[in-house]
Ligand binder design. Structure first.
Ligand code: NAD
Ligand code: 0WE
Length: 262
């Protein structure tokens, strides 16, 4: 029996087979979790329904996290199928494309800043609040996805770095708030992975090649590796872990001078 047997988990952020959310959902399914998925818009509906089927689920719901109504409706609808919820996986982020290309001080705008923080950080606590009743008293777990740009600078990540810093602080405050109702809150901080969200990014190929040369494990991480760590954090195997940001990055974050040999 898998280590998530009997757990009911809601996963947000599946957009393609390359999505980190897909790696997480697959790992959780493999460990026996029952899944529900959301899709951002009608364009993604059919595709997400197909993914759900492949993981033995017929529970899919719309949820654009910029809408309070859609967030509330999501948990109303989910409550019609499940009498409780053991996990929420938040695997989404967004900043307007023009904020992620060019010098930070030059390209950052009030509106881009607001959008990045609203979608990439605020939405995590909004989901926790709306899902609180369904999750109460069940050794539940909330999980989100961060990136090293929260604590180090790199070209072009720009306002997304601030949004991830906010998200990581959100993990700690949510963990402190929800601990007494038995809910743990953690993040996986993943190394760079080629997904839809990465596809438009300038020099992403170069970043992956650099990363592969510089990490202690001399590789880029996969959505399967991130998925397995995420499945662990949402399971009772991680019952003592909350407020944690777990690096799944082949060790990149521990290096400074990196690898000068090749
Ligand atoms: P992806 O494009 O596959 O997933 C991004 C998801 O965000 C999509 O499913 C999209 O529908 C969703 N989304 C965007 N705006 C939304 C909104 N308003 N409402 C609802 N959903 C919305 O890309 P990914 O790389 O799998 O990204 C998933 C998470 O992983 C993000 O938080 C990202 O910051 C994080 N992350 C990615 C990498 C990487 O290198 N790819 C590394 C570390 C962390
Ligand atoms: O968090 C991310 C990407 C998040 C993201 C991606 C996009 C592209 C399309 C947020 N918003 C948008 N908006 C769009 O219009 N990552 C960790 C992947 C990533 O993105 C980068 C990176 C890395 C790594 C951007 C610049 C530099 C490095």
């Amino acid at each position: 029996m898998g280590f998530l047997a009997g757990k009911r988990i809601l996963v947000l952020g599946v957009a393609s087979k390359l999505s980190i959310a897909s790696g997480i959902a697959a790992a959780m399914h493999e460990q026996g979790a029952e899944l529900a998925l959301t899709y951002q818009n009608e364009k993604l509906k059919g595709r997400v329904e197909g993914f759900a089927q492949s993981w033995d689920s017929n529970l899919t719901f719309p949820c654009d996290v910029t809408s309070d109504e859609e967030i509330d409706q999501l948990f109303t609808d989910l409550g019609q199928h499940w009498d409780g919820l053991d996990g929420i996986v938040h695997c989404l982020a967004f900043a307007p494309a023009h904020e992620l290309n060019g010098d930070y001080v030059e390209v950052t705008t009030r509106d881009g800043f607001r959008t990045a923080h609203e979608i990439s950080s605020y939405s995590f606590v909004a989901l926790a609040k709306a899902g609180r009743k369904l999750m109460e008293g069940r050794n539940g777990s909330l999980l989100t996805l961060s990136y090293l740009g929260a604590v180090r600078t790199l070209p072009n990540y720009n306002v997304m770095g601030l949004a991830k810093a906010s998200l990581e602080a959100n993990v700690r405050y949510m963990a402190a708030s929800l601990g007494q109702s038995g809910t743990r809150v953690n993040a996986v901080c993943a190394g760079p992975i080629r997904t839809l969200a990465a596809s438009g990014i300038k020099n992403f190929r170069k970043m992956l090649a650099y990363n592969e040369r510089q990490t202690p494990l001399r590789k880029n991480v996969t959505i399967e590796e991130v998925g397995n760590a995420a499945a662990f954090l949402c399971s009772d195997l991680a019952a003592g872990i909350t407020g944690e940001i777990l690096n799944v990055d082949a060790g990149f974050n521990i290096t400074a001078m990196g690898n000068l040999e090749d």
